[in-house]
Design a binder for this molecule. Structure first.
Ligand code: SIN
Ligand code: FE
Length: 288
C-alpha cells in the first residue's frame, strides 16, 4: 500500500477518516491546505533569496535559547529570521494541540528549520541525497524509543510546489530489506558511544534504521520500480507525517519551513504501528 495523503479541513475533518491520529500513526501524510502563517513585509526577503551561510543545507534554531545556526544577513535580519522560526515552532505546536490532541504534553519539540535551497541543486552524496526514497534516521543522534514527527510548510513565493514522492508502507518495505541488513553488535554500539561518534548508545532499532536508510538509497532498482506516487504540496500548504515510518523523497521545490518533534512510542494511540514494533514483529523477537 502506498502512503495516503489525507487532506484535512480547518475544522479537522477529512473525508473517510474517523481519526486523524490513527491515520497518521497508520502511515498517512496529513495535509492542511489553508492554515494561516502570514509573513510581515520585512520577512518577505527570506523567500526572495536564501539567508544561509551555505555550509549546511538548512538554517535552524535549537533548544530553549533558540540559537540560530547557519544563517546569513545583517544582525537585524538574522534576529528576524530567528523570530520567524520561533513563530513557526509555536504554529507547529498549535497544530498538534488542535488536530492531534492525543499528543499534547507528550511530544517534545526539537529543531526548527528554514530550508531556502532548491532541492534539485543540492549536489550531495547518495547517502545525503533526499531525492531518493527513504525513512529518516540520524547517524549521530540515536532515537531509541522515540518517533520522528515532522511539520512541513511550503513558503515558496512564486507558486512553486514542494514535490515529493511517497513510497510503500513500512512493513512491505522492511520485509524486502531486513534480510539484507548486517546484524547488530552491542559491543560496537558501546564503542561508538564511548568514542562520542554517537550522542547516546545506538540501540538495535537505530542500527536497523540507519542500515535501512542506506540500503534503500543505494538500491537504484528499488528507487525506480518500488510502489510510489508523486505528491505536490502547494505554497501555503502544511503537511504532517511520521518521517521514520513514511517512505519519502523530496524531488523539487524551494523555500520550506520544518519542525521536528519527538514522541515516545509508548505515547502513541497504537504503539504496535511504530517502526520499532513493526521491525520486532518481522524479526519475531523484541529488539535489543
Ligand atoms: C526529507 O526529509 O527527506 C526532505 C524533505 C524536504 O526537503 O522536502
Ligand atoms: Fe527525509
Amino acid at each position: 500500500m502506498i502512503s495516503p495523503i489525507v487532506s484535512v479541513s480547518r475544522e479537522g475533518r477529512a473525508p473517510g477518516v474517523a481519526s486523524l491520529v490513527e491515520a497518521l500513526e497508520g502511515g498517512a501524510v496529513l495535509m492542511f491546505p489553508g492554515l494561516d502563517f502570514p509573513f510581515s513585509p520585512f520577512e518577505e526577503r527570506f523567500v526572495e533569496r536564501p539567508f544561509a551561510d551555505g555550509k549546511a543545507k538548512n538554517v535552524n534554531i535549537r533548544g530553549g535559547a533558540a540559537e540560530l545556526r547557519g544563517a546569513s544577513g545583517s544582525a537585524e535580519e538574522q534576529e528576524a529570521l530567528r523570530q520567524l522560526l520561533i513563530r513557526y515552532r509555536r504554529f507547529a505546536e498549535g497544530l498538534i494541540d488542535r488536530y492531534l490532541p492525543a499528543y499534547t504534553g507528550k511530544v517534545a519539540l526539537a529543531g526548527t528549520s528554514y530550508r531556502p535551497f532548491d532541492v534539485d541543486r543540492r549536489k550531495l552524496s547518495w547517502r545525503r541525497d533526499d531525492t531518493r526514497l527513504h525513512v529518516d534516521a540520524f547517524p549521530s543522534n540515536p532515537i531509541g524509543e522515540k518517533r520522528i514527527l515532522r511539520v512541513f510548510r511550503n513558503i515558496n513565493p512564486k507558486g512553486e510546489p514542494r514535490r515529493w514522492r511517497v513510497g510503500e508502507d513500512f512493513g512491505s518495505m522492511a520485509e524486502k530489506f531486513l534480510p539484507r541488513l548486517p546484524g547488530y553488535s552491542p559491543l560496537s554500539a558501546r564503542l561508538l558511544a564511548a568514542l562520542r561518534v554517537t550522542k547516546a548508545r545506538r540501540s538495535e532499532y537505530d542500527h536497523l534504521m540507519l542500515h535501512l536508510h542506506d540500503a534503500l538509497k543505494r538500491d537504484m532498482e528499488y528507487q525506480a520500480k518500488a510502489p510510489q506516487a508523486d505528491v505536490h504540496f502547494a505554497p501555503g500548504q502544511t503537511w504532517v507525517t511520521f518521517s521514520d515510518l513514511v517512505m519519502h523523497g523530496a524531488m523539487g521545490g524551494q523555500y520550506m519551513l520544518e519542525q521536528t518533534a519527538y514522541l515516545p512510542v509508548a505515547a502513541q494511540v497504537h504503539p504496535e504501528k511504530s517502526p520499532q514494533r513493526i521491525l520486532a514483529a518481522k524479526l519475531g523477537r523484541p529488539l535489543q
